[in-house]
Design a protein around this ligand. Sequence first.
Ligand code: B12
Ligand code: SF4
Length: 472
Amino acid sequence: MRVLFVLKQIDYEPIGLMHLSTTLKSAGHEVRVTVVSEEDPVAVARDWKPGILAYSVWTGGQRYYYEINNRIRAEVAAFSAFGGPHATFFPEMVEESGVDGVCVGEGENALVDLANALEDGSFEPDIPNWWFNVAGEIVRNPVRSYIADLDSLGQPDRAIIYDKDHIIRDSKIKHFISGRGCPYDCAYCYNRALFDIYRGKGKRVRQRSVGHLLDEVEWVKNNYPLEHVVFLDDTFILFRDWVAEFAEEYPRRVGLPFFCNVRANLVNEDVARQLKAAGCVSVGMGIETGNDELRERVLNRNMTREMIVNACRTLRDAGTNILTTNMVGLPHSSVDDDFGTIALNAECQASFANAFIFQPYPRTQLGELVRREGLMEGSIDDISLSAWDTSVLNFPADHKRQIENLQKLFAISVEFPWLVPLVRQLIKLPRNPFYWLVHKLWKGYTIKNRIHPIHLSPGEMVAIVRQYMKLD
Ligand code: B12
Ligand code: SF4
């Protein structure tokens, strides 16, 4: 069976897709990727005649993919399969025109089962993980168990992306994931919602063996440009023994600077020292809000202010730079709360303080609270693909404008707290490209110099800046 993945654009290695490609190919299927920003997907589908059109969708991207899918299907008869975070949390998308199947949760085995069944003509709409639309009738199947042994998946098919996109292939920064799942219950995060779907179906957190992960990093280092390794795991330091083994093996087998995500409650001097000795130059850490009540009661972060400040001090003392993630425009919050978040980030001396505008993703506890309390304007389809853009909560227009402006002036306010009185006035002005530019330039500078430092020739610098300014 020919499976054609249709992507809007490639900004990073899409790790889920690369895993799906590996499992499909090992089961004897053919896989291709078409990137809409680079070629006409209708022409590609017309020439290649795939049996399955596959889309990986995040909330905010669904309408774009419905439209492309319908354009392709106007000319090519194929089964349209949707998966990814939005499909997982909003499988009701199966009712959209042109959608045949929606995969809830992990897709490797689900997609292979579908491809096998369509290929040998044995298709029945009873395949676990799938919601099907069979001539207008919706069939909902339960999920199968979690994939317990991630090593058994083999290595993600990087070539399928690197052969397609030379910018990603030649980038000196590459992305990896060591595990799946997170044991915490933060109310705004997909992890808790995912666990609710999978309850009773296996271990919530799974991690590859250190050896399997390092085989991948080492292979990439030997075959492609690589200077800085980014581990995308939600929380890289969950298991102490695993971290200790990693810290011993990584310098020996890879020995490149790296970035990973941590959680304040898991940081102590030992871990900070181990990470640093292994080559960790920077970590990502969620602060989310400076309002203790909001953090505890609404976000369910289960983490005190003191813990956050201490974790940052410990990391800084070890010589590690810190990228923090934060949300402005939370439900039941004020602009003053957002300035409180800036103050906490400044106290933590964040190397770069990233601020997102809160988005009520479907099926998350906070997404459901927002809908229950009628705090949202419009529907799920109004959530933007980018959490930089706008708030969909029904704040008064003036509050909303301040949130949107503050998101852009957040990081420089953390770096230069003396600017805060001025920023309080600036955010009252209409939205404007100047704030966007300030955000973009400051982010670019700090990410390049503090978070993901790499060596660039003047030519590479120009190419990267051009690419970066085009990204959302
Ligand atoms: C890395 C990452 C990014 C990276 C790169 C993304 C990339 N190209 O892969 C960057 C930093 C760019 C990013 C940006 C954003 N991200 Co992000 N990101 C992630 C992260 C941490 C890892 C993604 C990943 O590789 N997972 C591992 C793979 C194995 O899992 P997977 O992708 O889900 O794929 C599996 C299944 O979903 C399924 N599947 C996936 N596709 C398909 C397709 C078919 C046909 C089938 C059958 C199955 C299937 O099978 C796969 C294998 O089991 C996830 C959280 C997470 N841990 O997953 C958030 C996550 C995907 N991001 C999220 C969000 C919201 C964003 C942003 C919108 C936030 C923002 N700042 O604006 C942007 C959007 C950017 C954009 N333009 O699209 C949300 C999505 C929530 C939602 N309901 O859609 C997540 C879930 C985290 C969260 N906040 O809750 N992100
Ligand atoms: S710690 Fe991070 S990844 Fe884990 S549930 Fe909370 S927000 Fe999600």
